[in-house]
Design a protein around this ligand. Structure first.
Ligand SMILES: [Zn+2]
Length: 253
């Protein structure tokens, strides 16, 4: 019997705050019953159009954290929806998201017409949204940050946002069909608040993740992609399914 995909994931942006060709800033859309957007950095609004997802379909956005490379296109998305006749939108994000949104929006008084509900999410929170079951986990970054585990039927996808490889992220990713994890720099960079390949692989040892896609790639990763995959596999074995993501890559699980 053919296995029917339950979730379609499209990587909208696999880049970071420093621009480089072919990689928009952070964004991911998951589709089961309805599309759900995770992060909305610069370039993501255009990538949504390229992925043939209308702004009208994006009623809810989950933010991992409030750094600009994850939120720059959020107001433009809200405005695009408004131009298309839709005023409502729901935004979920870590503590501080509501105050941040109201402050940014207050600079554009005409956007006060938007009816945006903002919900603060804490690590460990579980909720249902757009047909998905969602659990938030604590990411280790330079400000409050979340990863999300998203389940539909038997399938589970985990999106790390920006984080160091951390026990909380490993727990969130346990047994997932697909882990979309940041891997900002290749070896032998030594960093905090972000991930590098060997460190990430070590953190995922025996976590039972079926497929790992690396995202949030700094320009320093250019030309080092095969090496990064090899270095993640160092702790996981040669059979581990690991790849470097690319914008508009579509993955069905
Ligand atoms: Zn980032």
């Amino acid at each position: 019997m053919a296995i029917v995909a339950e979730i379609e994931a499209t990587l909208l942006g696999t880049g970071v705050g420093i621009p480089h060709s072919g990689r928009a800033q952070a964004g991911l859309v998951l589709k089961a019953e309805k599309p759900l957007l995770f992060d909305c950095g610069a370039g993501v609004l255009l990538r949504l159009a390229e992925a043939e997802v209308s702004p009208l379909e994006i009623g809810s956005v989950l933010l991992t954290h409030l750094h600009l490379d994850h939120v720059s296109d959020l107001l433009p998305l809200a405005k695009a929806r408004w131009l298309l006749g839709e005023r409502r939108m729901a935004v979920y994000g870590p503590e501080g998201t509501e105050g941040w949104f109201e402050q940014v929006r207050s600079l554009y008084p005409y956007l006060e017409e938007l009816d945006v509900s903002v919900t603060a999410v804490a690590p460990g929170d579980e909720f249902a949204l757009s047909g998905f079951k969602i659990r938030a986990g604590e990411a280790v970054h330079s400000l409050p940050a979340l990863g999300y585990r998203i389940e539909s039927g038997e399938r589970a996808i985990v999106y790390s946002g920006d984080t160091e490889p951390a026990p909380s992220m490993r727990a969130l990713a346990e047994g997932a069909d697909l882990l979309i994890h940041e891997c900002s720099f290749p070896e032998p960079y030594v960093v905090t608040n972000h991930s590098t390949p060997k460190w990430l692989g070590e953190n995922l040892r025996d976590a039972g993740v079926k497929r790992i896609v690396l995202t949030h790639l700094y320009p320093q990763t250019i030309g080092r992609e095969a090496e990064m995959v090899r270095d993640v596999r160092a702790a996981l074995g040669d059979e581990a399914r690991v790849e470097v993501g690319r914008d508009l890559q579509r993955i069905e699980i």
